[in-house]
Every structure is written in C-alpha cells, then in structure tokens.
Design a protein around this ligand. Structure first.
Ligand SMILES: [Zn+2]
Ligand SMILES: [Zn+2]
Length: 256
C-alpha cells in the first residue's frame, strides 16, 4: 500500500495540477486539509468551485480531512462545501475505511478525535501537540493538537501507527514519534512549483520518504524510533492551544 501524503495547498492551482497529472503513482492520496486560502484575493465561492473541479481530475483515490481554512471558509456552514467533494473515489471527514489491510480514519477540524477502535493511519489537520511536526522551526511555538498528543502518549487512542497532518507550515521536522505512533507533516513551501509531499510504503520495507519542493529530502524506516526524547522535551515546554479562528493563527504566518 503506497500512500501519497500532501497538505496545505492553500488554493495553489499548480499544486492541484501536479497532484492530478505528475504526482507519483500511489494507491491512495491522503490530503490533510487547508485546500483554500482565506487570506487570498480570490473570493471563497470561486475558490470552492475551482478546488472541487481540480480535485475531480485526480487519477488516484483521495482521502482527506478538513483544515481550519476549509471549515472557516463559510461562516456558520462548518465546511459544508466539503461534502461536494465526496464521490466513489473521494472520502472526507468521519471516514473509517480499510484498504489492503490498512485501516484509515479521517478526523475533521474542530471535532473531537474519538476513535472507536484500533486504526493504522489517522488523518488530522493539526499534528499531535508536543511533537517536532507541530513545532515551528522559526520560533519554537507549538501549534499542535495537545489533546491528541496526550491521548497518543497515554495510550487513550488505541494502536495507532501513523498520524498524517499539516497545519504547521514550517515544522521543526517532517516526522516525530508520539507514543506508539509516528506523526508526519510535509510542511508548506510557498514558493515551490511542486508541493512538499511524503510517500509512505506500508508494505515490504515500510518506508517513508519526504520530498521538499520535488526533491528527495529525507527518508525514514517506519520501524525506526525518531528520537522520542526530543519530542518529550518539546512536550514539556508546550503552550496552550489557541482556539480555531484566532486572527493570528500560525497556519497563516507564512501566507503572502
Ligand atoms: Zn495551512
Ligand atoms: Zn491550517
């Protein structure tokens, strides 16, 4: 099972085109939210219409979770437009699905992350709090989901292998250990023609490879332990979560 993980496209048309025509072959595309750009000049209804048409061109199946930009795009609508993306080949928030023996769960922005049973892969826009995937390499601030981080570390969330996220555009690292799980965040490379992406091979050697701006920039065997002590140190310095919709949301710090 090969998963292509991307996130935080923020209405960048070339990135959607890349995903439809040039992205590496995979069994499933996992997009972890923020399709839209609430700080862009294009009106939200136009963004929604175009994003829906761009995603309809994908050749691979798509599983996504919503990001804050998607849910907050239409006041009071709670991301209702995302339901228009669903098809026999596209699944969104609240999905629990099994493919090739891998159970995947998509958890939407602003909803509690309560899992009913073991899963292998969780899609959640904000990374687990206290992880290098949630912490800014620029200023050290942690914009992760602290409840999710604590639940993973304490074992409250059962048997999770992989957590796919975005939201923190400049993470300290593209992967981090959180309890028994490994958290991934490809990051956001504003000026790149190709979005950052992570290729996960869940069969055979169980590898994850991170591509920054189209170039291979790192690889990880999923059986390795990526410095749990470092993540514990970050967790000890964590800051309180800021509510969704905060005007200085970090996700937007790197927006033009
Ligand atoms: Zn974002
Ligand atoms: Zn975000």
């Amino acid at each position: 099972m090969r998963i292509l993980h991307v996130s935080d496209f923020h209405y960048r048309k070339p990135w959607f085109a890349w995903l439809a025509t040039q992205a590496p072959d995979c069994d499933l595309i996992c997009h972890t939210g923020d399709f839209l750009d609430l700080f862009g000049s294009v009106p939200v209804p136009d963004q929604i219409r175009r994003v829906a048409s761009w995603l309809a061109r994908l050749r691979s199946s798509l599983l996504f979770c919503s990001g804050n930009h998607d849910v907050e795009a239409e006041a009071g609508q709670a991301g209702a437009w995302l339901r228009g993306l669903l098809s026999p080949f596209a699944w969104g928030d609240g999905t629990i699905m099994s493919r090739s023996g891998v159970t995947l769960v998509s958890s939407g922005w602003g909803t509690p992350c309560h899992l009913e049973g073991p899963a292998d892969v969780l899609l959640r826009h904000a990374p687990p709090g206290g992880c290098a995937t949630a912490v800014s390499r620029a200023d050290g601030r942690d914009w992760g989901d602290f409840e999710l981080g604590e639940d993973l570390r304490s074992g409250l969330i059962p048997a999770m292998d992989i957590v796919l996220s975005g939201h923190q555009h400049a993470p300290r690292c593209w992967h981090a250990r959180c309890g028994a799980a490994v958290s991934f965040n490809p990051g956001f490379n504003a000026g790149a023609e190709v979005p950052n992406y992570i290729l996960l091979d869940l069969a055979g050697r169980r590898m994850a490879r991170w591509h920054e701006g189209g170039q291979l920039a790192g690889a990880l065997r999923l059986t390795d332990t990526p410095d749990p002590a470092a993540d514990d140190r970050i967790a000890a310095r964590r800051r309180p979560r800021i509510a969704p919709g905060h005007p200085k949301h970090p996700c937007c710090e790197h927006e033009p």
